[in-house]
Design a protein around this ligand. Structure first.
Ligand SMILES: [Zn+2]
Length: 374
């Protein structure tokens, strides 16, 4: 009888994702870089912005220096110059969605297309209607980070967020007591601090950015790596911010520098995860952004509901449970709202119990097993 039922199920699902118990992922690292456009990710420095004529639109101070650092006539070479680690190493470890010229589109579903609504969509599996500003208000519902901590029975410090923008202290949780967060010009409390953090605690206050609510990404990355080494978090969220702020300032040179710095942080993180226990072979990295930006020399600095292209984003998933396809082609459309379910699926948790209105996991991010048909 059982055998007969089994056979029927097998026929119904010829190809399916490997069941949770066969998954290798035990640790999930979510990494976002605020407002990196798919244009830069897939094609490197924008030809419309890196010219002497475009100086006013791009705000580049030394066009020759930018050309030396990032330029090639060939888009693939350009993106490898901008993000050498992402394109020469990381992309081969999983799947990169969002290259619209190859028939892979990723969109934000929320109607606002600025930061908090985007991060809320990422962390809750669906847009949150009450989040319609960047105000520092706690999440109105349990985020995927809080849900994972509860479901897996983890300690507070085992689920952590390090972010450059201070509002992440609110975005990631319903209250301070649920998960650990360090965001903006903030020090790690003594109980969790390490000797190596003291240099960043001091420097972040001495070398300030032009913005009161966003510290340098270099400080965030330094603190994050210290924390990971010391506390071995099970789920970790790293959020870069400068990539967006320099674009709003209309400084394309600094925006490119911020993207390159981000690429370097990915290299340091991934290299650590691949070479160190308990992470080696058991960690999945999800890399994405909260929104797109405008498409032309006037509006590339901006985003929001009135900026065409601001809903266009990208997602990369890399790790032991993801097929090694690199840049995806002809995948149709994916959504920012699928990230939460993808994180849960990797850890063997049911996304519908987390949020009945959450979108499904990204199927292409999971190795499919061919079931035997009898
Ligand atoms: Zn943003």
């Amino acid at each position: 009888m059982m055998r007969w039922i089994g056979t029927v199920l097998v026929i119904a699902f010829v190809a399916r994702a490997a069941p949770a118990q066969e998954r290798k992922t035990e640790f999930v690292f979510l990494v976002t870089a605020d407002g990196i456009r798919h244009q830069e990710l897939f094609s490197g420095a924008d030809p419309a912005l890196v010219t002497e004529n475009a100086k006013e639109s791009s705000g580049i101070e030394d066009v020759e220096a930018v050309r030396r650092a990032y330029w090639s006539e060939d888009a693939v070479t350009r993106r490898e110059k901008l993000m050498p680690f992402f394109w020469k190493e990381l992309s081969a470890e999983g799947i990169v969605l969002g290259n619209r010229s190859r028939g892979s589109r990723v969109k934000a579903k929320n109607s606002h297309l600025f930061s908090y609504p985007g991060y809320a969509e990422i962390l809750n599996g669906a847009p949150l209607p009450s989040i319609d500003s960047n105000d520092a208000v706690f999440s109105p519902r349990k985020t995927v980070l809080e849900y994972i901590r509860e479901e897996l029975g983890l300690e507070r410090h085992q689920v952590a967020c390090f972010a450059s923008w201070r509002v992440f202290d609110w975005i990631t949780r319903q209250s301070e007591s649920t998960i650990f967060s360090n965001a903006g010009y903030e020090a790690v409390p003594e109980a969790l601090a390490t000797e190596g953090m003291s240099i960043f605690h001091r420097l972040q206050m001495q070398m300030m950015t032009p913005w009161d609510s966003t510290r340098h990404d270099a400080m965030t990355f330094g603190l994050a790596m210290e924390y990971i080494r010391a506390h071995e978090p099970r789920v970790f969220y790293l959020a870069a911010g400068e990539t967006d702020d320099w674009a709003h300032e209309r400084r394309y040179d600094r925006t490119l520098h911020g993207i390159q710095l981000f690429d370097d942080a990915l290299r340091e993180l991934w290299t650590y995860l691949q070479s160190t226990e308990p992470y080696r072979g058991r960690s999945t990295l999800i890399v994405t952004t909260d929104h797109g930006r405008g498409r032309n020399p006037d509006d590339w600095t901006s985003h929001g509901k009135d900026v065409p292209g601001a809903d266009e984003i990208w997602i990369g998933v890399f790790g032991p449970d993801t097929p090694k396809v690199g840049e995806a082609t002809s995948t149709g459309e994916h959504y920012q709202s699928q990230i939460a379910a993808t994180m849960l699926e990797l850890l063997g948790l049911d996304y519908r119990s987390f949020n009945p209105s959450a979108d499904a996991p990204i199927a292409e991010a999971f190795v499919q097993v061919e079931a035997e048909v009898r």
